[in-house]
Design a protein. Structure first.
Length: 319
């Protein structure tokens, strides 16, 4: 998780200390909580649309973080146009649109593939950082990128060969997932523009609050913004699922993850974060009977290997 996102992104700043065992396990726990996110979303999709789920989720979290923004309101003075643009990308793209795409991916695609494809977020962040911030690419990045693309192909399509009808080959859920990963990766880059400008808590609060107008407009445009479940049992069930989704894989996972990351090296955290797809795949297997395929396992290993090499290179440069 990034410094301004709840769903599956790396932080903007890396710890300087050698990782401790307690920090490592906190990262494992925080990332594992992300893995239960699809469980809530799939259950909510039975009663709500993707945009309704994301809107209500943001309203809950916005109510929690609004007091933080009020206390830090002095930081809003004198922000420049580029910072406003970065905040809008973070909130509208990385928060609103990316979460909608991720939820739609869970509804329309293979849930295991949708989860595992989120490991591509750092690659999108690296590419956008090169384009926008002129940061240097890692060594042999082209080769590593091709390796990750092969892994992406296997996660999305398995060992199939693209012959026949294109609409039978393209997996729309995986495309939604890739769109979410790109937007979340881009949010990492936009967040770097905010470093030193605002505190992390302020940016996080703005991320959810600024997303609300766009989410309201999108949900209203669907024509069913107030078509909510009826009946006391249905309302209670949806409310509990929404609270659980917003507070467990949302805010709580973020707090635990960053606490652990302050004493855990990025290269070590790469291993710890494997608890995210592992828990997600496990939940899919137990609850939704989604079994991971050998092609998905192989594809995930290729993506993780490429990211691990990049992570090691980044650590050697900082040493």
């Amino acid at each position: 998780m990034d410094n301004v996102s709840v769903n599956g992104q790396k932080p903007l700043s890396l710890p300087k200390e050698q990782g401790s065992n307690s920090g490592f396990w906190l990262v494992v726990l925080g990332a594992a909580l992300w893995g239960v996110d699809p469980l809530f979303r799939i259950l909510l999709l039975k009663s709500l649309t993707s945009t309704q789920i994301v809107l209500l989720e943001h309203i809950i979290i916005a109510l929690v973080v609004a007091p933080i923004l009020w206390r830090q309101r002095s930081e809003l003075r004198g922000i420049r146009a580029k910072h406003i643009a970065a905040l809008l990308f973070i909130s509208w793209g990385g928060s609103a649109l990316a979460t909608i795409l991720f939820t739609m991916g869970l509804a329309d695609g293979n849930m295991n593939a949708v989860l595992l494809l989120q490991k591509l977020q750092p690659l999108f962040a690296i590419i956008m950082a090169r384009m926008l911030l002129k940061e240097r690419l890692p060594q042999r990045f082209s080769l590593l990128f091709i390796l990750a693309l092969i892994g992406t192909y296997l996660l999305t399509f398995g060992f199939k060969v693209p012959f026949g009808h294109w609409n039978e080959f393209v997996q729309i859920g995986s495309l939604f997932s890739l769109g979410a990963a790109a937007l979340w990766g881009g949010s990492t880059v936009m967040g770097r523009l905010m470093v030193g400008q605002m505190k992390y808590e302020t940016v996080t609060s703005l991320r959810f609050i600024l997303a609300l107008p766009l989410l309201l407009a999108i949900t209203w445009g669907e024509g069913g913004v107030w078509n909510l479940p009826t009946g006391s049992s249905a309302i209670v069930g949806v409310s509990l699922n929404l609270l659980g989704q917003a507070l467990l894989p949302g805010l709580l996972s973020l707090l635990v993850y960053y606490k652990g990351l302050t004493t855990t090296k990025a290269s070590v955290a790469t291993f710890a974060e494997l608890s995210f797809p592992m828990v997600g795949v496990l939940m899919n297997w137990i609850v939704f009977h989604e079994i991971i395929t050998s092609a998905q396992i192989f594809g995930f290993v290729l993506i993780w290997a490429a990211l691990f090499v990049i992570s090691r290179q980044s650590q050697s440069l900082k040493a």
